[in-house]
Design a protein around this ligand. Structure first.
Ligand SMILES: Nc1ncnc2c1ncn2[C@@H]1O[C@H](COP(=O)(O)OP(=O)(O)OP(=O)(O)O)[C@@H](O)[C@H]1O
Ligand code: SF4
Ligand SMILES: [Mg+2]
Length: 371
């Protein structure tokens, strides 16, 4: 990825006011509170009705996201990361998904808003970089057209494929020769470039919140780092908040302020990056950390240590085990307690929570730095 050669088109507050253009006028919504956190997810649960039974995809997830903040949501495949975000944006199938709890954007409840009002929020206030960039991009439209459309959808303007704003956005995310590339189709882009084109679309309207669902999964480590840098650069310029979803704890280490670990649809640990990495207080988080490859750990005699693996599989979200959902895989499970009683999320330190019956003991025992 090359460094952007031109100044990216990101409109600042002053510029917005100076231009006074319809395109950048932010809709004034009375019910929004400018002093409230950008995003508050409160006790959010999502259930799907299927032929096999009720899928409890997300249960009682809560978090708060402030301007400029980055929250990493981490968990194995199927733990409910994507469903949580889709629920925020009202993108789940209405008839099959039952959503409870609340989501507040700047203090205004947005769960269950009519489609028209949600459409005004999507992309403009809260934007999403979808997990599968190839599926999310339209194969028969030029990339520049798709970005132009993302700009035009919240305005009355016609935006051309190679409009300066389109080119600047592609440049900002590090697409080389952005003016030429704007006229190409998604299949002419590499996987990493498609991902970056998706990011360009997501930031087209200068959103307050960017939800990036596995934005680096398909990429090699060098490009991964570059894509994460793109987010950092965008946040510096626009003060947006970032929700970074990934199954890889390693990805969030350097870029997020806080981490929320999910297991089987529930949040099992939340804290700052230091809390989670240096004082993990849930056996699942400890297992995830132990399974990260590390070059500095060797056994006596110089033999390389084998990677730790969390044994077993996550449970069915239709037939969740009674008690703690992690109990069948947990090395610390205590029969008669863990398999009977569901552990509540409890605070082990200020802002650091764990949903384990033995959270306090684990917290005390894990105060030694991990690395
Ligand atoms: N429309 C749906 N109908 C029924 N079940 C669904 C639906 N969408 C998602 N699920 C189920 O909800 C659970 C959580 O899915 P989700 O996509 O949020 O997982 P994820 O954590 O994002 O996983 P991955 O890392 O693989 O992307 C899964 O068991 C999934 O099968
Ligand atoms: S509650 Fe029990 S089974 Fe669940 S994570 Fe804690 S020790 Fe393990
Ligand atoms: Mg997902």
């Amino acid at each position: 990825m090359t460094e952007p050669q031109t100044e990216p088109y990101v409109v600042t507050g002053d510029e917005k006011a100076a231009k006074g253009s319809k395109r950048r006028q932010v809709e004034v919504v009375e019910s929004e509170d400018p002093n409230a956190p950008l995003l508050e997810v409160r006790d959010l649960s999502v259930e799907f009705t299927t032929d096999d039974g009720i899928v409890k995809a997300v249960q009682n997830v809560s978090y708060t996201l402030h301007a400029k903040e980055t929250l990493g949501i981490v968990g194995e495949s199927g733990s409910g990361k994507t469903v949580t975000s889709m629920a925020i944006l009202g993108l789940l199938p209405k008839r099959r998904a039952k959503i409870t709890g609340d989501v507040l954007f700047r203090g205004r409840s947005i769960i269950g808003l009519p489609d028209k009002q949600l459409a005004a929020i999507r992309g403009k206030r809260i934007a999403m970089v979808f997990q599968d960039a190839l599926a999310a991009l339209n194969p028969v439209l030029r990339v520049g057209d798709q970005i132009a459309e993302a700009i035009a959808v919240h305005t009355d303007e016609q935006v051309a494929t190679t409009d300066d704003r389109v080119v600047h956005l592609l440049d900002l995310v590090g697409i080389p020769n952005p003016r030429d590339r704007a006229t190409q189709y998604p299949h002419e882009y590499s996987g990493g470039m498609r991902q970056r084109a998706m990011i360009a679309m997501s930031i087209a309207n200068d959103p307050d919140v960017i939800i990036a669902d596995e934005p680096t999964t398909a990429l090699d480590v060098t490009i991964q780092a570059q894509v994460l840098e793109v987010f950092e650069r965008i946040q510096e310029r626009t003060s947006s908040a970032l929700l970074l979803i990934t199954h890889d704890l390693g990805v969030v280490a350097g870029v997020t302020d806080r981490i929320l670990v999910m297991y089987a649809g529930r949040q099992v640990e939340t804290g700052t990056v230091d809390d989670v990495f240096y004082r993990p207080s849930h056996p699942y988080t400890q297992g995830l950390l132990a399974s990260l490859p590390r070059l500095d750990q060797r056994r006596e005699g110089g033999e390389r240590q084998r990677l730790h693996r969390i044994k077993g599989q996550p449970p069915s979200l239709i037939f969740l085990p009674p008690g703690c959902a992690f109990a069948p895989r947990c090395p610390n499970a205590v029969a008669g307690t863990c398999d009977v009683e569901r552990p509540a999320l409890r605070e082990v330190d200020r802002g650091h929570e764990s949903a384990c019956h033995f959270a306090s003991e684990l917290y005390e025992g894990s105060k030694e730095p991990v690395s």
